[in-house]
Ligand binder design. Structure first.
Ligand code: IPM
Ligand code: MG
Length: 350
């Protein structure tokens, strides 16, 4: 079997981490009967430098035809510090999400027992935490009209029923496969889009009577996630709310370098670590490649290569249990490894 993968690295510390991606894919090819055709494409700040576009057409077309896209984190200090930049790397990210209809952003948050002590929250509270979030990714305030006048600015937030229904359905289906508990996050006490959101969730819930549904206002959800993260199972919410809550959720796991995410629909899927591009630690060989490696596992799962995905996940778990790792997760100084060594060891475990 062959799979065509478009690889989009470039900004920040990709140089170090991309090798670990490839290393893991090579291991999977060797162990299982599969071939990955990798095609490297330009995006982000480097693409702006070369083409004036954060997402050149040629990259978009290859991505559209691919089976999956491996994606590196976006962000470059040159643009972050310039609020007036006309072209920004982030525009490329929003465009690829929209153009490829990647409306479902799936972000699992799982505690590795071994690392519970590293969490920003007390170990006994985070123990056993394992939840999965469905974030709507191509609608809401991110994508509607932005107006700038001399003395004011306007961002419009709009949600249509079909946009809400398709992500909510997906979340219910996932809840049926798990503990049958769904939390829907909104701000229905203030926002009209949230009132529609809540209405649709309640309507769709009728089709899934076994699923216990809880509605939380987003401010309360931010608090509940810290008080009782282990009771969360499946969460569904709109675009902006989970963008904000993701960064909070990442601290439950102990390190933002452990979480991967998938943005999917039928045509293709895009897989990326949730952390940023971390240009401040580029070229030092100290970045933790685990989120990147786990995004490969999510990709394999999406491609219906279940056994292969399990092999990667198991190798990562075993590696973490060994107490070794980059400085953010290593048990002690003696067990601290370079980026490359982490990839080597996980590769061996596969
Ligand atoms: C994310 C990121 C993006 C978002 C940025 C880079 C536009 O923060 O994927 O969470 O806000 O969606
Ligand atoms: Mg974000």
């Amino acid at each position: 079997m062959e799979k065509n993968i478009v690889v989009i690295p470039w900004d920040g510390i990709w140089v170090e981490v991309i090798n670990e991606w490839v290393k893991i894919l090579k291991k999977i090819e060797k162990k299982f009967d599969i071939k990955f055709n990798l095609e490297y494409k330009l995006m982000w700040a480097c693409a702006i430098d070369e083409t004036w576009e954060p997402l050149p057409d040629d990259t978009l077309e290859s991505a559209r035809k691919s089976d999956a896209i491996l994606f590196w984190a976006v962000g470059h200090p040159r643009f972050d510090n310039d609020p007036n930049a006309k072209v920004r790397p982030e525009q490329g990210l929003l465009k690829i999400r929209k153009e490829l209809w990647l409306f479902a952003n799936i972000r699992p948050v799982k505690i590795f027992d071994k690392l519970a002590y590293r969490s920003a929250i007390k170990e006994n509270i985070v123990a056993w935490t394992d939840f999965i979030v469905f974030r709507e990714l191509t609608g809401g305030i991110y994508f509607w009209e932005k107006i700038r006048k001399k003395d004011k600015a306007i961002d419009i937030c709009e949600y249509s029923i079909y946009e809400i229904d398709r992500i909510v359905e997906m979340a219910f289906k996932q809840a049926m496969k798990r503990e049958k508990k769904l939390i829907s996050v909104d701000k229905a006490n203030v926002l009209e889009t949230s009132r529609l959101w809540r209405e649709r969730v309640s309507e769709i819930a009728k089709k899934y009577p076994e699923v216990e549904v809880e509605h939380l206002f987003v401010d309360n959800a931010a608090m509940q996630m810290i008080i009782r993260p282990s009771e969360f199972d499946v969460i569904v919410t709109e675009n902006m709310f989970w963008d904000i809550l993701t960064d909070e959720a990442s601290q439950i796991s102990g390190s933002i370098w452990l979480l991967a995410s998938a943005s999917v629909w039928k045509q293709t899927g895009l897989f990326e670590p949730i952390h940023g591009s971390a240009p401040d630690i580029a070229w030092k060989n100290i970045a933790n490649p685990i989120a990147t490696i786990l995004s490969v596992a999510m990709m394999l799962d999406y491609l219906d290569l279940k056994q292969e995905a399990k092999a990667v996940e198991k190798a990562v778990e075993e590696f973490i249990n060994s107490g070794y790792g980059t400085a953010d997760i290593a048990e002690n100084k003696e067990k601290t490894l370079w980026t490359k060594e982490v990839g080597d060891r996980i590769g061996e475990l596969i």
